[in-house]
Each structure stands twice: as structure tokens, then as C-alpha cells.
Ligand binder design. Structure first.
Ligand code: C5P
Length: 227
């Protein structure tokens, strides 16, 4: 079997990372969650006070980019990689609703994208990788052998994200989660640099009514056709 690159893109909370992890484990591939990288840069921006509800000092963030070191380190106990920001594990910190509320604003900045895309290309240069995000099939790996574009209704997605946050003990109203999902989708699809759009050669999967297992089966068939 040849090693391929699998690009998974789509709207927020469509279950991209669940599918990507399943695929990577099954195929023995590396998995890269690019959303975690944008979230880590956002967490850095918040920590340093460059962004808050009233203002965003983009210039200072851009100037600080060289001092941001991002690493994904595989945790064998968990079975997936965790995000490290300047050698500190920030896996928990980057999943909060506060980070979700700012991340799309940070991800609009071309200089941020250029830095992360370069690192992502480097991580995937030997293939055998599943990467999920918003621009993987269009910008990071336009030559990926398999491109999946995931969709699901906004309600379904907000409910999933809400359940996830509840499970972690993060008390937040369902309406706030729905608003965040809709806002991020809007910004992600309307930004100038690398907007979220389905690649021409991507295969769309609407998983509103698919279980994880059904979805995994469908995609595994697609993988088999390519490798
Ligand atoms: O995938 P996740 O929901 O964690 O991504 C968080 C945010 O990061 C997205 O809403 C988007 O603004 C940004 N992002 C991006 N490009 C990627 C991955 C994520 O702009 N490849």
C-alpha cells in the first residue's frame, strides 16, 4: 500500500477531528489538527493581552510571531498528539469557549496563516498523514490524494460542541455555542486569505444523520479506492 495524504476540511464542529483520528489510527498515519495550531496562537495572543473584547493589536502579534513555537507531541496514553506552545502543554487551555470566540479573528491574519501553513507542509512532506482544518485541500495540500469536505446543520454542530464542553465541565449556554459556531463559519468563509471553500476535487460528506461508525465506513471505502 502506498502512503497518501488525506485532507479533511469543513465547517466548525462537523466531527472532522473525530474522523481524522479514527482514520490515522486505522492506517497508522500521523494526525495533525491544524485548528489546534490556530487556537494555540490565539491563546498566546490572549495571554499577552494583544486581544480582548474591545481591541486587537494585530501589529504586535505579527511582530511576535517568530517567538511562537508550536509542537504537536504524541501522547501514547491518549492515542493522539497534544498541542504545546513554547514547550508548555496547552491542550486544555485552547479548547475553551473564550479561545473559540477569538480564534477566527486571529486566523484571518495572513502572516499567521503563512507561518502555520509552512509548518503544516513540512509536517506532511513524507505523506502518510491525515490533516484536518479549513484550507488543507485548497492551500496546504492541493495535491492530496483524498480530500473530504464535511458538513452538517448548524444545530447539529452546536449541540455536539455543547455536549463536548459540558462533558469537560465548562458551563456555557447552548445559545452561546450556537452563536459562536455561526460566527466562526461566517468569518472563516468570508475572509480574504484562504477562505473556507470546498476544493473542486473534494468529496462532500454531510454527517447530520450519520453515526461515527457509518461515517468511518464511508470514508474508509474512499481510502481503499485510492491506496
Ligand atoms: O478546527 P477548529 O474548530 O478547532 O478550528 C478553530 C478555528 O481555527 C477555525 O474556526 C478557523 O478560524 C481556524 N482555522 C483555520 N484554518 C485551519 C484550521 C482552523 O483558519 N486550517
Amino acid at each position: 500500500n502506498k502512503k497518501i495524504t488525506i485532507a479533511i476540511d469543513g465547517f466548525s464542529s462537523t466531527g472532522k477531528s473525530t474522523l481524522a483520528k479514527q482514520l490515522a489510527n486505522h492506517l497508522g498515519y500521523a494526525y495533525v489538527d491544524t485548528g489546534a495550531m490556530y487556537r494555540a496562537v490565539t491563546f498566546f495572543t490572549m495571554q499577552n493581552g494583544y486581544i480582548n473584547a474591545d481591541s486587537f493589536d494585530k501589529e504586535t502579534l505579527i511582530n511576535s510571531l517568530p517567538s511562537i513555537k508550536l509542537q504537536l507531541k504524541f501522547n501514547p496514553d491518549l492515542g493522539f498528539a497534544e498541542m504545546y506552545l513554547n514547550d508548555v502543554n496547552v491542550e486544555k487551555e485552547i479548547r475553551t469557549i473564550e479561545v473559540s470566540n477569538f480564534v477566527s479573528k486571529v486566523a484571518e491574519i495572513s502572516e499567521v496563516r503563512a507561518k502555520l501553513v509552512e509548518q503544516q507542509k513540512e509536517m506532511g512532506k513524507n505523506k502518510g498523514i491525515v490533516m484536518d482544518g479549513r484550507d488543507i485541500g485548497t492551500v496546504v495540500f492541493p495535491d492530496a490524494e483524498l480530500k473530504i469536505f464535511m458538513t452538517a446543520g448548524a444545530d447539529t454542530r452546536a449541540q455536539r460542541r455543547f455536549d463536548e464542553l459540558q462533558e469537560k465541565g465548562d458551563s456555557v449556554a447552548y445559545e452561546e455555542v450556537l452563536k459562536n459556531v455561526e460566527e466562526r463559519d461566517y468569518i472563516d468563509t468570508h475572509r480574504k486569505d484562504s477562505p473556507l471553500v470546498m476544493a473542486e476535487d473534494a468529496i462532500e460528506i454531510d454527517n447530520s444523520y450519520l453515526t461515527r461508525e457509518e461515517q468511518f465506513k464511508v470514508v474508509l471505502e474512499l481510502v481503499k479506492e485510492v491506496i
